[in-house]
Design a protein. Structure first.
Length: 135
């Protein structure tokens, strides 16, 4: 269950699940809160096998690739929403790394380039149809 409530049409918490459970693989999590008080949760492993159908570019199962995977999957979920039904979308994360890569592009990718590229492309696509913010 998600713990936070927001006044936006959809607020999405990016959760670093490596802090929640200790496992041999990195995982990502997303919790979406809608203005009608409904919630959606998404989660999964960081996929590092380029041959896997759900690989989005993560080269290694690291904390950063987990955070980027969560952003990617949140954006993928949001991209399937009706274009004029959700005017305000907020991605909320404690990851300065993700905010700087996706929000203001203030740092250049040195690692995780493929997954960052996929995420930026999706971020741009979702932003074309919604008011999208990341903080």
């Amino acid at each position: 269950m998600c713990d936070t409530t927001f006044n936006d049409d959809i607020a999405v918490d990016i959760i670093d699940t490596s802090l929640l459970v200790r496992r041999s693989e990195e995982e990502w999590g997303v919790c979406a809160h809608r203005s009608d008080n409904s919630e959606t949760s998404l989660w999964g492993p960081v996929v590092t096998d380029p041959a896997a159908f759900n690989w989005v570019g993560a080269p290694r199962p690291t904390n950063n690739s987990g955070e980027i995977s969560a952003i990617y999957h949140a954006l993928k979920w949001l991209s399937g929403s009706p274009r004029n039904m959700l005017p305000i979308l907020n991605l909320l994360t404690d990851s300065v790394f993700c905010v700087r890569h996706f929000g203001d592009n203030s740092i250049k990718a040195r690692f995780n380039k493929p997954i960052i590229q996929c995420g930026r492309h999706l971020f741009h696509d979702v932003r074309q149809h919604h008011h999208l913010f990341i903080s």
